[in-house]
Design a protein around this ligand. Structure first.
Ligand SMILES: C[S@@+](CC[C@H](N)C(=O)[O-])C[C@H]1O[C@@H](n2cnc3c(N)ncnc32)[C@H](O)[C@@H]1O
Length: 220
């Protein structure tokens, strides 16, 4: 069963375009995440609780980029987050699952592209996060500049990046953008936590070459 879930989650994505993949996958996505032990949103909620002393204040506003079916929103609420949560995602069917949860205020159907501004004003959010989606078939590293633009000064940006034997070029570009945002005084790194990509995969792959790094940056 886990083998099939792994195939649906990873092998299938290169065989069609990303929007179509997730529109077709929406009904089974959460079942496969549970089966494989997907934990990026959970890890990120833990990190945000550590860096935000006012985590449970009801005036906080979160933007969940590539929100998918809303696992992050659900975990934030379970962790006693009382603020507003908005989401953006390119797949209507994934967003429909998120909408059914009744947790998100606004859910925007939009593909995040490297050369296109998010349809959001500057400095709207206390927290901007992006889980499961910083990789070649998903969101390109250039989008980090938009994460910064829509986050308030003093706010947090959290995202996770999967390292695989094939992610070198993507990660190199991401590292360049991270550095340029640091050098221009736009953000600073507060936390970086490395963990197994999925519990299921951990025993089966070379953990030195395939893992996830969760980052939290502060908007300066
Ligand atoms: C692996 S899922 C992650 C969903 C959710 N963040 C989670 O952790 O469960 C990837 C999501 O990213 C969305 N996505 C992929 N590329 C995107 C893009 N360029 N712009 C907007 N959404 C995108 C997909 O539609 C899908 O819902």
């Amino acid at each position: 069963m886990a083998e099939e879930a792994w195939g649906r989650m990873f092998s299938a994505i290169g065989q069609t375009d990303t929007r179509q993949h997730y529109n077709d996958y929406a009904a089974k996505y959460e079942q496969d995440c549970a089966c494989l032990g997907y934990s990026e949103p959970e890890e990120m909620v833990g990190m945000l609780k550590e860096v935000l002393p006012n985590f449970s204040d009801d005036h906080l506003q979160v933007l969940d980029i590539a929100a998918g079916t809303g696992l992050m929103g659900e975990l934030l609420r379970s962790a006693n987050f009382k603020g507003v949560i908005d989401g953006i995602d390119g797949s209507a069917n994934m967003l429909e699952k998120a909408r059914e949860k009744g947790i998100y205020r606004n859910l925007i159907e939009e593909f995040v592209l490297p050369d296109k501004a998010l349809p959001l004003k500057d400095q709207m959010y206390d927290v901007t996060c992006c889980l499961g989606s910083m990789s070649v078939p998903h969101i390109q590293p250039e989008a980090l500049k938009e994460f910064v633009r829509v986050t308030k000064t003093g706010g947090m940006m959290g995202f996770a990046v999967v390292t695989t034997p094939r992610s070198g070029a993507y990660e190199q570009k991401l590292a360049e953008i991270v550095k340029s945002l640091e050098n221009s005084g736009q953000w600073k790194n507060l936390k970086a936590i490395k963990s197994a990509i999925f519990q299921y995969n951990f025993d089966k792959i070379d953990a030195e070459k395939t893992y996830t790094t969760h980052y939290v940056f502060e908007r300066l």
